[in-house]
Design a protein around this ligand. Structure first.
Ligand SMILES: [Fe+2]
Length: 417
């Protein structure tokens, strides 16, 4: 899908170059499954050191690979050769190893943890790669088939009142086959009555914010958000382009005249500024749970639409589309309160800082996964984007980014007490 010439470039200056990810997926699987899960030696020490972990710097100046500023990345052939050797080792391990699913000798294999870790990690990075490739120049990409866009009317703005009740965050350790460490344990939270938008904020609504001078009104921004838009000269969403006096959506393969009904993809800082402009705020993680999974009877659902497994009728996820679809275009995914698109069509920013649930314990197969990000510098996102694999669509799944990270497929809606 991409021109080999961009293989060593960084489509996002805050992330490693593309070559890193092709080596990272096999290296991670070796470390999680073969080394930590089975206690066996790795496949290639040099590759496993070079490709062990990505980066999450707070500025472009600090964006240095963990393996060093002068990292000389291997040739693509060498990376592919490493990948092939890892594939063979993983297949061999899955076919012949005696797994200790109780975790007596290798705790990382308890309930098959390290296998799920490797599988879901790869699924997550499919999304990383797609939103990175979204930034590449159109001429550097080859569309697999002529992209088609789903367009539609802008839904009328509406709010729904959700009465006070209980939301269950996270999950009990034995309640789901696999979860990442930040999904455990289960926490019941009392949520006061609040009102929330029925639809995600659309490009049309966000255009009003821009036309009202939202990006030059200091009062709407947090201190760090304001510093970010000033330093980076941010004046519109990263998914928008301005040309010849018109706005366009920066699609994966081409510029699309701004589809007003699509949800706007923005950073948490931009979402919070918009909400302040509207005289309201972003929902908390617990309010998101209440809006998505709560019901008037007090019972909670596995998914907004009920307990049936996710499919394409319920939301825009699992690589169903390269781009968003109009807000409200998947009514079969509506929650018990009539709130649309809580799972799919873009992650949903919350106002909650990423932190541990009670009883948090770092996972043995990947102890750095969450703990390093409990730093008060990352906001929780919930739900799913068009590029989120169906396997990751579950109630307890949590995602997180810095509030000024504008490249991820993330939308928002507003709430009020
Ligand atoms: Fe990773």
């Amino acid at each position: 899908m991409i021109d080999p010439e961009v293989y060593y470039t960084r489509p996002i200056a805050l992330r490693n170059p593309i070559v890193f990810y092709e080596g990272h997926l096999p290296a991670f699987s070796v470390i999680a499954l073969i080394k930590r899960g089975l206690g066996r030696p790795g496949v290639d020490d040099r590759m496993e050191k070079l490709f062990e972990r990505g980066i999450d710097p707070d500025s472009v100046d600090a964006a240095v690979p963990r393996s060093g500023a002068d990292t000389l990345w291997p040739s693509r052939d060498a990376v592919l050769d490493y990948g092939a050797r890892v594939d063979a080792a993983i297949v061999d391990a899955l076919s012949t190893a005696a797994f200790d699913l109780v975790g007596t000798t290798h705790r990382a294999m308890r309930q098959g943890e390290a296998i799920f870790t490797a599988l879901e990690h790869e699924a997550m990075h499919q999304e990383t790669l797609l939103y990175m490739w979204h930034r590449l120049p159109f001429a550097r990409k080859i569309a697999p088939a002529a992209p088609r866009y789903e367009l539609g009317p802008v839904p009328a703005p509406a709010r729904v009142e959700i009465p006070a009740g209980t939301a269950t965050l996270g999950a009990a350790r034995d309640a789901i086959p696999f979860g990442w460490d930040n999904e455990f344990g289960e926490q019941r939270v009392s949520v006061a009555a609040f009102a929330i938008d029925v639809h995600s904020v659309t490009n049309a609504a966000f255009l009003e914010f821009i036309d009202a001078g939202g990006y030059s009104n200091r009062d709407l921004w947090s201190e760090s958000g304001w510093a970010w838009i000033r330093e980076e000269r941010v004046s519109h969403p990263a998914f928008w382009m301005h040309d010849g006096g018109r706005w366009y959506w920066r699609g994966m393969f081409e510029a699309v005249p701004l589809p007003e009904s699509w949800p706007v993809y923005v950073s948490s800082d931009e979402a919070a500024a918009f909400a302040r402009w509207r005289g309201c705020r972003l929902p908390t993680e617990a309010e998101y749970h209440r809006a998505a999974f709560g019901t008037p009877s007090g019972a909670e659902r596995e998914f907004p639409w009920g307990n049936e497994p996710p499919d394409a009728s319920r939301g825009n996820f699992d690589f169903a589309s390269w781009e968003p679809v109009p807000a409200g275009a998947r009514p079969a995914g509506t929650s018990a309160w009539g709130v649309h698109d809580l799972v799919g069509n873009g992650w949903e920013w919350t106002s909650s800082l990423f932190g541990p649930l009670p009883g948090f314990e770092p996972m043995t197969s990947y102890p750095e996964y969450s703990a390093e990000f409990f730093d008060g510098q990352h906001d929780v996102m919930k739900g799913a984007s068009p590029a989120t694999a169906r396997d990751l669509v579950r109630r307890s799944f949590r995602n997180w980014f810095r509030p000024n990270y504008p490249y991820v497929y993330a939308k928002f809606r507003t709430a009020a007490s």
